[in-house]
Design a protein around this ligand. Sequence first.
Ligand SMILES: Cc1cc2nc3c(=O)[nH]c(=O)nc-3n(C[C@H](O)[C@H](O)[C@H](O)COP(=O)(O)OP(=O)(O)OC[C@H]3O[C@@H](n4cnc5c(N)ncnc54)[C@H](O)[C@@H]3O)c2cc1C
Ligand code: FES
Length: 295
Amino acid sequence: MKILIISKRLIYVKVFIALKNQFWYFKFSIKSSMFINQTALINKKESWDNHYFLLSLESHEIARESKPGQFLMVRITNSPYPLLRRPFSIHAKDKRNIEILFQDSGIGTSLLSKKRQGEKLEILGPLGKGFHIEDKSKKENISLIGGGRGIAPLYFLALELIKKNLNIKVFYGGKSSKDLPVAPKFKKDNITTLCSTEDGSKGFKGLITELFEKELEKNIPSFIYACGPQDMLKKISEISITHHIPAELSLESIMGCGFGACWGCVKKIKRGKQTGWYKICEEGPVFPAKDIVWD
Ligand SMILES: Cc1cc2nc3c(=O)[nH]c(=O)nc-3n(C[C@H](O)[C@H](O)[C@H](O)COP(=O)(O)OP(=O)(O)OC[C@H]3O[C@@H](n4cnc5c(N)ncnc54)[C@H](O)[C@@H]3O)c2cc1C
Ligand code: FES
């Protein structure tokens, strides 16, 4: 295998890879590649019902740069399988540490859930563009809607919005009470949190979007931030358009690199009058709801 960096001019890196009879050519923006690759110590681990896990990773460089909605690419093992790193939102941070909260949903997350305090993990981040909070003012009522593991980036976001004295309400839904592991954490931080479960084991019985629609009868928020399964996000997009509430949604995709080199994560997005394929890792994962083209 030969890797040739053709040019590294101010804005783009162009890479040419030759492997046996195959060739790849990548071009990616340096600006969006201001991330750090680091081996980080796991200094805390929590788990809920052996299904949801939280790892706190020591990396003050990544912690310093991270914004809500950004993510890490985590190398799961040193062996060749699974080869690709997995993406995880930044759930919380302090000066030295960043946290990820994840659900055991496959081979990679299952292996990750076996990691112990004191072990080390190779991480790349912070990646992507996060939620936009700079323009939010004190008068606004903001709703945060998280479905299942989609709650992960919303905790970090909620803490940052509170620092700006914004009035926030969190809607947190899952299939059952076991899918709401961090609900007590929101309550402990005095964040108004309304929960729903599909089986009725905690809070409102039904989908989180149904609970949100019921609340809209009493109060219309000025902005929505959401993260969760695609069907939930699609419904929130419809609600935001019907009620004229601007919204930002954090999308998921299977990712190869996480920084714009492989084109493995594209999604159809409207930009002005034009529709095109945009990389979720680089242009997102957060997009305005009105710009997302649902399949
Ligand atoms: C920007 C971003 C942030 C994310 N943040 C979090 C987080 O904070 N917490 C968390 O638990 N998960 C998060 N995810 C999802 C997480 O990356 C996947 O669950 C994980 O990669 C699955 O890896 P696996 O090896 O366990 O699953 P695999 O064994 O690779 O796959 C298991 C099943 O899940 C599907 N799958 C794999 N990756 C994804 C994906 N990204 N989206 C939808 N389906 C997928 C596969 O098609 C397969 O059906 C995030 C994804 C993205 C893109
Ligand atoms: S994951 Fe490689 S371009 Fe997005």
